[in-house]
Write a protein that binds this ligand. Structure first.
Ligand code: SAH
Length: 382
């Protein structure tokens, strides 16, 4: 008997996948082998249904389809920028909407992945920061972003040369280190050598500075690290990146110094948004260089990307160039990040969805109303 609702196999770790198969009646002794076969179909070939798994017995495929799905997030909209950047708005349930962005470049293709619907951090220059946290994304919703992008770009199998998605950055909506377990589980799947197979060197996790989780991220996730620094003095960083009040610059940089795996060949990226008249003086640039001394660092200057109602403006180009020159002279190469996808609100810090967290009481009232309405409908003469 198939259960009333089929559950998705996407996002399960290999052991959990084998356990699910055993739970659905697959004999214990073959569950692991079956899990491996499914893993290959799902993450190497991008199979979207069991029927397409041509080397597996028909009966087995039928059984799987009766119990499970390989459902991805639903694509609500797909937008393509005039510079080739693509943005998807995805939905996984009522009011659960989030964005994913693909940025093609000459030598790589980067997928910018969300970790939360909304955010708790309230960074003053960030559009996502104006959307309250709705909830953390689950591993299947995080991995699902890569699957949707590959489906849409025709980027399967994952082992083919010349793949379009070569890099993943956890720089979409949300703070990945406030959703540690799910992000860790998802990235383990993204970097699994027998599946999606992105090298950990091609995965970067960006944090606004959740200091107590940084070392754990290095040890347990092992991806590249990016830090949203954006200011060189605590008084200013307290205002524009409020998490600084909890974990000030010195603590943050000490955590970076101790980041497991950082080296001259695996540098930590420091992101610095250029806000006109706020953090863009040449004294700021010199202080930035001084602060980062001794840390294997790259600096990414990000021209501020505007959004409706934003309280800041982007620094003048001439000022960005002068700032960059000081940073360059200190030995940090090509630091200005070209804005991509601004015309479709896909650039850094522009992501936001309409999702709002419903209060439990509002949800209950809506459910009650729906129940009353459906009871009334069923009593109506047809
Ligand atoms: N919460 C994590 C992940 C988000 S990454 C973090 O803060 O690192 C998104 C990056 O874009 C961060 O560096 C963020 O500070 C930056 N950003 C946010 N708003 C921006 C804007 N309007 N213009 C340019 N960069 C912005």
């Amino acid at each position: 008997m198939p259960p009333a609702t089929c559950s998705s196999l996407i996002g399960l770790a290999p052991d959990a996948l084998a356990a699910s198969l055993a739970g659905a009646g697959v004999p214990e002794k073959s569950a692991r082998m079956r899990a491996r076969q499914l893993w290959n179909w799902i993450y190497v070939h991008g199979a979207r249904d069991f029927a397409s798994m041509s080397n597996l017995a028909k009966d087995f495929r039928g059984e799987m389809a009766a119990h499970f799905t390989l459902a991805r997030p639903e694509v609500v909209t797909e937008q393509i920028s005039n510079d080739g950047t693509r943005k998807w708005l995805l939905r996984t349930g009522p009011g659960i909407e989030f964005e994913t962005v693909y940025i093609p470049e000459a030598d790589r293709g980067t997928l910018c992945v969300s970790s939360q619907v909304g955010c708790t951090l309230n960074c003053r220059f960030c559009h996502t920061g104006t959307q309250k946290l709705v909830r953390n994304l689950t591993p299947d919703e995080i991995v699902g972003q890569l699957l949707v992008a590959r489906d849409s770009l025709g980027d399967w199998p994952s082992t083919a040369p010349g793949r379009k998605v070569t890099n993943v950055v956890m720089m979409g909506m949300g703070e990945p280190l406030y959703n540690f377990d799910n992000v860790k589980a998802a990235l383990a799947i993204v970097t699994d050598g027998d599946g999606l197979a992105l090298s950990k060197r091609r995965v970067t996790l960006s944090t606004a500075g959740v200091v107590p989780m940084i070392e754990k991220a290095g040890t347990e996730i092992g991806s590249g690290l990016a830090i949203s620094l954006h200011a060189v003095r605590d008084e200013l960083r307290d205002v524009i990146v409020p998490i600084n009040k909890k974990y000030p610059i010195k603590q943050l940089l000490d955590a970076c110094r101790a980041y497991p795996g950082a080296s001259n060949s695996r540098r930590i990226t420091f992101e610095y948004v250029m806000l006109k008249g706020v953090n863009d003086t040449l004294a700021d640039a010199r202080e930035l260089v001084r602060l980062l001394a001794g840390i294997p660092a790259k600096i990414n200057l990000i021209p501020f990307n505007p959004w409706p109602g934003a309280p800041y403006e982007c620094s003048d180009w001439a000022q960005i160039e002068k700032f960059a020159e000081i940073v360059n002279r200190a030995g940090y190469a090509s630091p200005v990040r070209t804005p991509r996808g601004r015309d479709i609100m896909a650039a850094c810090g522009q992501l936001k969805s309409e999702s709002v967290k419903e209060r439990a009481s509002t949800r209950l009232a809506a459910e009650k109303l729906a129940a009353v309405q459906s009871a009334q409908l069923s009593r109506m003469p047809s």
